[in-house]
Ligand binder design. Structure first.
Ligand code: FAD
Length: 550
């Protein structure tokens, strides 16, 4: 007992010394070169803004916020940190739309990437249309947000090929994870659509890297959870955007789709119908029919690439409030509600086909071919025409609504999983019909759709399950603080169920707490991940909020 108490006291004293030392190192920041100190912000309002994220679950207290006015400012800060006996941790912060403190640091420095906008002076996104070797691309600052990339590229008749569902995320933030959506099955995640990066490494070096040059850094950073360097520029592959619709077609839509136009201004109407998509939802009660059809749609089996869908996702309609049926025509809403009431869970495939001037003649025929063998409930297929931008930016409309209700800045105990296709039926039985249906808490929005592993590059840090096809299953919950623990408990239960069933799942946007869990997450890639950390950020200063090396 005596020896144990002595050891405990020694441990406590060591901790106190280390913490005090670390804190005094942090204070030494104030003696850093002027180029750094002038850009450190320490007022309570700014500090408190950087101590939360979209998740509203983790609260960390940074020592200061750094507002870089150039890329070399970021190098200077990193070099200064590395010069200290105990380096200061540095967290690049894009839009802080992480849900578990990934862009935060306790006592360290948060780099507010959006400040680089001032340095770019309006040149944060440069579109190049005539490169004969790699085709069109955009050079985009790591701090830029995807909605601005969309606008800048559409102006030149071009578009990135791979997206996230929500576009107010930073380029550096999504490339640090993967960046996935309903186009991933076809073009791979956003990290598969990058030609080149500029990165300030954890050693403070500014390096240009690609699959050909400095490839180790390039592969490390893509999907690297911010561990190896700060992305300051990404060269994003572009393809042609659907070309403009003809005036005749715009007039046609004005006449026949008047419902969509009721609340729009004249300018909105014009912009909304320049590029078009057909947006479909198909309802199922049988999970194997639903997942079989989703896998068929992403397999290109019997469908050539031009006739294939441009986007495939899916989600659950559950017999729980709020049942959002705003997509569906009003007269159909009662029969959809009674279907959901009858079955408890309805599975919905969401499918999109882009079209334009040159393809509008046969788009209905193309859609008919795509859906003719699918096994959805007869007569439960719904479609509408919207603009390309309105479709890609669809989550923003939800954001505006939730903000107006005070429901945006609330806790988000999200859980995102990659589940091998070979185990997705077990997942449905055990999690959707087991845990979710039987527990009396609102599951929130549950998204589920498959992707092809061949479209991912295994050299990159991002991890996927082993199956050639795997699903993303996202539990996107919003809640009040009182209920947070219930959701966290349910997340743990889902993870435990998957572990017990030996499903071989991986977390997307992972939130692991122990070294063992991280090793499990990276599996055979862990060794390389660790080596790359030692190579590019040996003092382990970057993105401590991920909780991997700190
Ligand atoms: P932050 O939260 O600021 O940062 C995330 C991590 O990256 C942190 O570790 C940070 O330190 C690091 N980081 C930030 N900038 C850089 C940089 N320039 N260089 C290196 N590291 C950096 N994800 C999808 O894939 N698909 C979706 O459809 C999708 N939908 C979403 C919808 C909503 C409403 C929300 C809130 C999130 C969604 N996400 C989706 C998740 C999102 O992609 C990630 O949370 C992403 O990290 C958010 O980008 P951010 O700019 O907010 O990053």
């Amino acid at each position: 007992y005596y020896r144990f108490s002595k050891a405990l006291i020694m441990l406590c004293l060591t901790c106190i010394v280390l913490i005090t030392q670390a804190q005094s190192q942090t204070w030494s920041l104030l003696q850093a070169p002027k180029e750094i100190t002038l850009k450190l912000i320490r007022d309570p309002v700014t500090l408190s803004l950087a101590s939360i994220d979209y998740g509203h679950i983790v609260h960390d207290n940074p020592f200061a916020i750094f507002a870089p006015s150039s890329i070399s400012d970021i190098s200077l800060l990193i070099n200064f940190s590395n010069s200290l006996a105990i380096p200061i941790t540095i967290a690049p912060r894009g839009q802080a739309h992480s849900v578990h403190g990934q862009a935060m640091t306790n006592h360290g420095v948060v780099v507010n990437m959006t400040e680089l906008n001032g340095f770019r002076n309006g040149d944060g996104i440069v579109v190049v249309v005539d490169d004969t070797t790699i085709g069109p691309y955009a050079d985009v600052g790591g701090e830029q947000i995807w909605i601005d990339v969309l606008h800048a590229t559409l102006e030149r008749g071009l578009t990135p090929l791979s997206w996230t569902d929500y576009l107010y995320l930073s380029v550096g933030g999504t490339l640090s994870n993967a960046g996935i959506s309903g186009q991933t099955f076809r073009f791979g995640p956003q990290i598969s659509n990058v030609h080149q990066l500029d990165v300030v490494t954890g050693k403070g070096d500014l390096v240009t890297c690609s699959a050909e040059n400095n490839s180790e850094l390039f592969y490390a950073v893509l999907g690297g959870l911010g561990q190896f360097g700060i992305i300051t520029r990404a060269r994003i592959a572009l393809g042609p955007a659907p070309t403009r619709a003809s005036i005749m077609h715009i007039l046609f839509i004005l006449f026949y789709h008047t419902d969509n136009f009721k609340e729009k201004t004249k300018t909105d109407k014009f912009h909304a119908y320049i590029w078009l998509v057909k947006w479909l939802r198909l309802l199922y009660n049988d999970f194997s029919a639903f997942s079989g059809d989703q896998e068929h749609l992403i397999s290109f089996n019997g469908i050539n690439e031009t006739n294939a869908a441009d986007y495939v996702e899916g989600f659950l309609l559950q017999n729980q409030p709020p049942l959002d049926l705003s997509f569906y025509p009003e007269p159909d809403q009662p029969r959809i509600t009674s279907l959901v009431t009858q079955y408890g869970i309805i599975y919905v495939i969401e499918l999109v086909k882009y079209y334009d001037n040159s393809t509008q003649e046969h788009v209905d025929e193309d859609v008919k071919l795509l859906v003719e063998r699918l096994k959805f409930f007869p007569t439960f297929m719904f479609e509408k025409d919207v603009s390309y931008e309105e479709f890609l930016n669809r989550v923003h409309a939800d954001e505006l609504f939730l903000r107006s209700q005070g429901l945006w800045d609330v806790p988000h105990p999200w859980l995102n999983l990659f589940v091998p296709a070979s185990r997705i039926s077990d997942f449905d039985e055990g999690v959707f019909k087991g845990i979710i249906l039987q527990q009396n808490i609102t599951a929130g929005l549950v998204i589920i759709y498959p992707m092809n592993r061949t479209k991912w590059d295994d050299n990159m840090s991002a991890v996927t399950p082993h199956d050639d096809v795997f699903y993303v299953v996202s539990f996107l919950r919003s809640t009040v603080f009182d209920k947070l623990e219930e959701f966290k408990a349910q997340n743990r239960q889902i993870l435990q169920f998957c572990a017990n069933a030996g499903m071989g799942i991986k977390q997307y946007l992972p939130q692991n707490k122990t070294r063992e869990k991280w090793e499990e997450q990276f599996g055979p890639k862990w060794k390389t991940f660790k080596q790359r950390k030692a190579q590019f950020d040996p003092n382990r200063i970057l993105s401590p909020g991920q909780g991997i090396f700190n």
